[in-house]
Design a binder for this molecule. Structure first.
Ligand code: FAD
Length: 524
């Protein structure tokens, strides 16, 4: 009983201190210069939104939300914080689609980048809603977009000119600044690198409030720091993104396997094709698991085929899916059929389990949103998401499969959500950037995209912990993607040789540790 009382006293003291700090910070935030003060809001709905995210697990209250109308508003806010004896933290919030409080700022200010996106007039002319593509040199196109723009809007705008970014995420209702702070990965990454690899230039407001343009040529250290930098060094105001001529249609295939080693061999074969020699490369390669459980999503497949797919899964425990896309334009329709046939002829999937769709390019890229539209009305989109994302070196992917997919997942009573597994090429990533990947030429993305009821969250967290512990005990050198819940020591291990540089860059660009406190890297 005594230790319980001590624990309660300790908890109360934390709360009192925190509430006290909150009050002090609240009064100092509102003493900001008028230009900033008029953009701050304590409207309960906005505060609630700024204190939650797609994870629905972590909640941290900011003292205010800022709805900036220009870059200068953000810069003045950050400079003002720097000028205070106790600075307040500032977190850019894109769509709040992170899952562990990364876009939150306890006792600080959350900058609503979507308000910036919606402002049709932008004093600096550098953010705003306008998307304009330019031609840098014959055949080289790019687009300048505000950091608060969503990729879906970038897609629609660029498609009007017959152009498109080359590298995507699976879901497009994420902001440019939000994904570039991580990496931005999907089935195109094996070929074009992550989204951070497809950026020519950035405008950034640093942690000292300086507005700086950077690229591989100018202020390159800041450029490399910010890309994959988890919001630690600057707020991305504008990004210049590489574009290519857009296809119009997509052959979208789902091929089933009953053996993981055969699936991974085929995936690796596809991502290792030599672009300059083999013209018939796929444009997108992913993979996932079908697990024997009630939540299995078979919506891609014709209704008539679902019973036989279900029995295959029941028979096998796990069925492996290779997802493949081949883009084409309306005038190359005849050729693409032939190309797909050639591509498939070298693969070893279960021949009676080949499924194909022919969809528009925009429908293909926006595929997860159509799932969202089905789940939302059922209340299944806004549930907790105890996700775990990681990169696993190719040399250990079979051990990972045996220990985690077969050993842990199949023995759980909680239903797993979507589990993705697909390989990427290390040579498409620039090691100068802050994003971390395993030190092998090929590594796999493994994503456990669980959707949980509120009472299952702890069970999912335990399962995630078991996965991480398995990797540690088996000596599998994973790197976390969208890392969360790391101790200082784990952050140091995560960045490995780059930790020193990461720290130095923090001292240089955000010495008072103001930006993106929700990542909990420097706030322990
Ligand atoms: P937020 O959650 O708002 O912010 C995330 C972090 O970035 C915070 O630390 C924030 O402070 C910082 N930040 C936000 N904007 C800026 C800015 N302008 N400048 C500097 N820092 C900023 N990721 C992939 O790579 N591939 C996928 O296929 C993929 N699919 C997803 C599908 C769904 C349904 C969801 C919910 C997420 C998915 N993600 C994927 C993860 C997603 O890319 C990241 O969580 C991303 O950070 C979310 O973008 P956001 O705009 O919501 O950022």
């Amino acid at each position: 009983a005594r230790s319980l009382i001590l624990m309660l006293l300790w908890l109360t003291s934390i709360l009192v201190v925190s509430e006290g700090q909150h009050g002090t910070l609240l009064s100092s935030v509102f003493q900001a210069p008028t230009q900033v003060a008029i953009r701050l809001s304590r409207d309960p709905v906005s505060l609630l939104e700024g204190s939650t995210d797609f994870g629905h697990i972590v909640h941290k209250n900011p003292v205010a939300i800022m709805n900036p109308a220009s870059t200068s508003d953000i810069s003045v806010l950050v400079k003002f914080s720097n000028s205070l004896p106790i600075p307040f933290s500032v977190a850019a919030r894109g769509e709040g689609h992170s899952v562990n409080g990364q876009s939150m700022a306890f006792g600080g200010v959350v900058v609503n980048m979507s308000s910036f996106r919606d402002s049709s007039t932008d004093n600096d002319g550098s953010g705003g809603i306008l998307v304009t593509e330019k031609t840098a040199a014959p055949g080289v196109h790019y687009v300048d977009v505000g950091g608060g723009q969503r990729w879906i809007d970038v897609l629609h705008e660029t498609m009007k000119r017959g152009l498109s970014p080359r590298s995507w995420t699976d879901y497009l209702y994420l902001t440019v600044g939000g994904t570039l702070s991580n990496a931005g990965i999907s089935g195109q990454t094996f070929r074009f690198g992550p989204q951070i690899q497809n950026v020519y230039e950035l405008d950034v407001v640093t942690g000292e409030g300086e507005e700086i343009t950077c690229s591989r040529e100018i202020n390159s250290d800041l450029f490399y720091a910010v890309l994959g930098g988890l919001g630690q060094f600057g707020i991305i105001i504008r990004a210049r993104i590489a574009l290519a001529p857009a296809p119009t249609r997509v052959k979208w295939l789902s091929l089933l396997y009953d053996d993981f080693s055969v699936l991974s061999a085929d995936q690796e074969k596809l991502i290792s094709m030599n672009e300059s020699v083999e013209t018939n490369m796929p444009n997108y390669v992913e993979g996932s698991l079908l697990l024997n459980q009630s939540s299995m999503d078979l919506s891609f497949y014709p209704e008539a085929d679902r019973p036989r797919i279900t029995s295959l899964v029941q028979q096998n425990g796990i069925v492996y899916v290779l997802e493949l896309a081949k883009y084409y334009t309306n005038d190359s329709h005849a050729r693409v059929e032939q190309e797909v046939e050639e591509l498939l002829s070298g693969l070893k999937f279960l021949s009676s389990f080949k499924f194909e769709k022919d969809v528009s390019y925009e429908e293909f890229l926006d595929r997860v949103h159509s799932v969202e539209l089905v789940l939302r009305p059922q209340g299944l989109w806004d549930l907790p998401h105890p996700w775990l994302n990681m990169f696993v070196p190719k040399s250990r992917i079979m051990d990972f499969h045996d220990g985690v997919f077969k050993g842990i997942l199949l023995n759980q009573t909680i239903p797993s959500g979507l589990v993705l597994v697909y390989p990427m090429n290390r040579n498409k990533w620039d090691d100068k950037m802050s994003a971390m990947i395993p030190d092998e030429d090929i590594f796999y993305v493994v994503s456990f995209l669980h959707t949980s009821t509120y009472d299952q969250v702890e069970a999912f967290k335990e399962q995630n912990q078991m996965v991480l512990q398995f990797c540690e005990e088996a000596g599998i050198q994973i790197k976390k993607y969208l890392p969360q819940n790391l101790t200082r020591k784990q952050w140091m291990d995560h960045f490995g040789d780059k930790w020193k540089l990461f720290q130095q860059r923090k001292v240089q660009y955000d010495p008072k540790h103001i930006l993106s406190p929700g990542q909990a890297i420097f706030s322990h």
